[in-house]
Design a protein around this ligand. Structure first.
Ligand SMILES: Cc1cc2nc3c(=O)[nH]c(=O)nc-3n(C[C@H](O)[C@H](O)[C@H](O)COP(=O)(O)OP(=O)(O)OC[C@H]3O[C@@H](n4cnc5c(N)ncnc54)[C@H](O)[C@@H]3O)c2cc1C
Length: 612
């Protein structure tokens, strides 16, 4: 048994580790979510269970052996901007990226017409979790490219798709999203970056963008910037914003990177976490750009690709929670402090491992019960994304799209808020050692923090849920969701084994429905009531959505155990225990959220601003 007296060997023994949760994912895909039932969707025929097993195994190996070992060193070294404006990434990053690219991982789910493999997007979501748990900062280089690919695919001209997509999908070129400016982040109607038409149909783009992830680096031979700007003379506010594609190197007649464009990195930000991802101030000095989609419809173009991007950020929250949990468990098994309240569990030693203490177990189970349900919710939503984009049935496509729209702010907001909270809880398991950099736990805390902020702060996610997603089409999406959860509850009403799971879910759903009704009655005439309750509503929704995932997982576990699970019995019993924990210890929070929501906005809005 090792003690935490720091010496080099001990430190090495406790470098953070990561094991991709392949078994958990296979349980969800094959048994809970019925992945095979979707074989009529394009790309799913190539994703047979054997193939999925193989793909996930390879992804896990790459992430564990190549990407994760660069996490701590990348954080310590960070990115470097040189006097000529170029940026170098930490040692080993480019080599790992090249291997990733060559193996075709970047185009896993991308359109085969442009060189992608066309496999289900659900598998790309799994890959994103593994990559991000291994090394969030490294994963963002290819992650940002995915967003840019989607924007060009959905809104670009055929010529633009041919010019950019094959090289972006292969990973030869990377992509960025340039929205934020010094004076505006949430309120993009304030954008000042200007686009002046050139004679040849292109535009001269001028202005400054800040906080641009992967804005400049040396991983790829070109960087394709997608930039929001206002064409000269077009309306102020959100109505006058257009989207442009601005390559770092303009393409020559053969479509290869040619002359340097007038876009450069003015600085890289010193920041709290994700040090290995270059967050850049980008200066556009009359750079040549080309309009993507319709003039003045830039924000709409951005929003159509938001669902996937926000799901990706939600996955980052889960990913940090997962890797932090894995390390906390290792530590809790090794660290000897105190004796179990019920008597020594390690009588030969002079203390018991801290995992014997109920409060330590509470902390660990809280994180793990969240992680497993969050993963189920992500994959369930990603599957809906596949249906929304690949089904031939228009009704199915629409229903899946409604579900995705509704669940996206919940996933982004809840998984990143709780993901961050969980990294702090996991750090707590290390006592003082969690605060010391070399153990790696404080990096997870620092890295997880940004996911609550970018891609729309979590406060804005909550407003999106309450202000846009709930009322859309007379509440069609939320009503469909309530009906689905209710159907499950009714179907299991007579199943005695399921009652400890179904009853709390029923109470939670009831609270969520009451909160929804409260908004309908109290927020239309007084929008502050919606704003004041929005974050609570988002978390209340999250509790029910995750609770529903637990009930579904437990149902499968129960059925498999009854059928005689053999060697799998331990795995399935653990599912039941974690599900029970969620229902007993976490679901009761729905009542507190409902109470806060129904207290309205008066207390906070009546206090004068100068009294704060
Ligand atoms: C490391 C990092 C990487 C980033 N990467 C990118 C990138 O690649 N591309 C890009 O374009 N941007 C990027 N961003 C910017 C990021 O998306 C913005 O910081 C974010 O959208 C918030 O904008 P802001 O910082 O201007 O905050 P503000 O908009 O000023 O918000 C400040 C606070 O006010 C709240 N608030 C604002 N408006 C409202 C409202 N109407 N109702 C209630 N609350 C409100 C917000 O929730 C927030 O808490 C990145 C930022 C960081 C730090």
């Amino acid at each position: 048994m090792l003690y935490a007296y720091v010496n080099v060997n001990f430190w090495r023994a406790f470098m953070p580790t990561y094991k991709a949760p392949v078994d958990e994912v296979l349980f969800l895909l094959n048994h809970v979510l019925g992945f095979e039932r979707y074989s009529n969707l394009s790309g799913f025929a190539d994703a047979s269970p054997d193939m999925v097993d193989m793909i996930l195994g390879e992804a896990a190996k790459f992430c564990e052996e190549v990407v994760q070992p660069l996490n701590l060193s990348g954080d310590q070294q960070g990115c470097t901007r040189h006097d000529d404006g170029s940026v170098t990434v930490p040692d080993g990053f480019k080599e790992a990226y090249d291997s990733y690219r060559e193996a075709g991982w970047i185009g896993l789910a991308a359109d085969p017409e442009y060189g992608g493999q066309g496999l289900p997007y659900t598998l790309a979501a799994v890959l994103n979790e593994f990559v991000s748990s291994s090394n969030m900062a490294w994963g963002m280089y290819a992650g940002l490219t995915q967003g840019a690919i989607t924007a060009i695919l959905l809104h670009g001209s055929d010529e633009q798709k041919q010019a950019y997509l094959p090289n972006m999908i292969s990973g030869e070129w990377s992509g960025t999203m340039n929205l934020t400016e010094p004076h505006c982040g949430t309120d993009l109607g304030l954008i000042k970056t200007k686009a002046v038409p050139n004679d040849d149909g292109s535009f001269a783009i001028s202005g400054q963008k800040i906080f641009i992830s992967a804005g400049e680096h040396d991983m790829t031979s070109n960087i394709i910037h997608l930039v929001l700007a206002r064409i000269e003379g077009e309306p102020e506010g959100t109505k006058g914003i257009s989207l442009f594609v601005v390559p770092k190197f303009k393409l020559d007649d053969d479509g290869k990177p040619g002359d340097r464009n007038a876009v450069s990195c003015g600085a890289i930000e010193e920041k709290m976490g994700i040090h290995a991802n270059s967050t850049c101030v980008m200066n556009y000095d009359g750079a040549r750009g080309w309009l993507v989609g319709e003039k003045n419809k830039g924000l709409r173009a951005m929003f159509t690709m938001m669902n996937e991007a926000r799901l990706g950020v939600g996955i980052q929250g889960l990913s940090q929670s997962e890797v932090a949990y894995q390390n906390a468990v290792v530590y809790a098994r090794e660290r000897l402090q105190g004796r179990a309240l019920s008597g020594p569990k390690n009588p030969e030693g002079n203390a018991d491992p801290i995992i014997v203490h109920p409060d330590v177990r509470r902390t660990l189970m809280q994180i793990r019960a969240f992680n497993e349900a969050a993963r189920a919710l992500v994959l369930w939503t990603a599957l809906k994304g596949d249906v929304a984009h690949r089904s031939e049935d228009e009704k199915d496509r629409k229903a899946a799209d409604d579900f995705m729209g509704l669940m996206t702010p919940v996933i982004k907001g809840v998984l990143t808020d709780k993901g961050f909270e969980n990294t702090v809880s996991a750090q707590q398991m290390y006592g003082g050692h969690g605060y010391i950099a070399e153990w790696g736990m404080e990096q997870f805390v620092r890295d997880a923090r940004i996911a609550m902020i970018y891609e729309g702060t979590n406060g804005i996610q909550a407003l999106d849920l309450v202000g846009r997603k709930l009322p859309r089409e007379g509440g069609k999406a939320v009503m469909a969701y309530f009906a689905e959860v209710n159907e499950f509850i009714q179907a299991n009403a007579d199943n005695a084994d399921m009652q400890p799971y179904v009853e709390p879910l029923k109470t939670g759903l009831d609270h969520l429905q009451q909160a929804t009704m409260w908004f309908m009655q109290n927020a239309m005439a007084k929008p502050d009531n919606a704003g004041a309750g929005s974050t609570d509503y988002m978390h209340l929704f999250g509790l029910v959505a995750l609770g529903y995932m637990w009930a579904r997982m437990v149902k499968v576990a129960d059925e498999q155990l009854s059928a005689g699970a053999g060697e799998r019995a331990g795995f399935l019993e653990t599912k039941k225990a974690l599900g029970r924990f969620w229902m007993e210890r976490v679901m009761p929070e729905t009542a507190a959220h409902l109470a806060r929501i129904s207290s309205g906005s008066d207390t906070m809005m009546n206090m004068p601003a100068e009294a704060f």
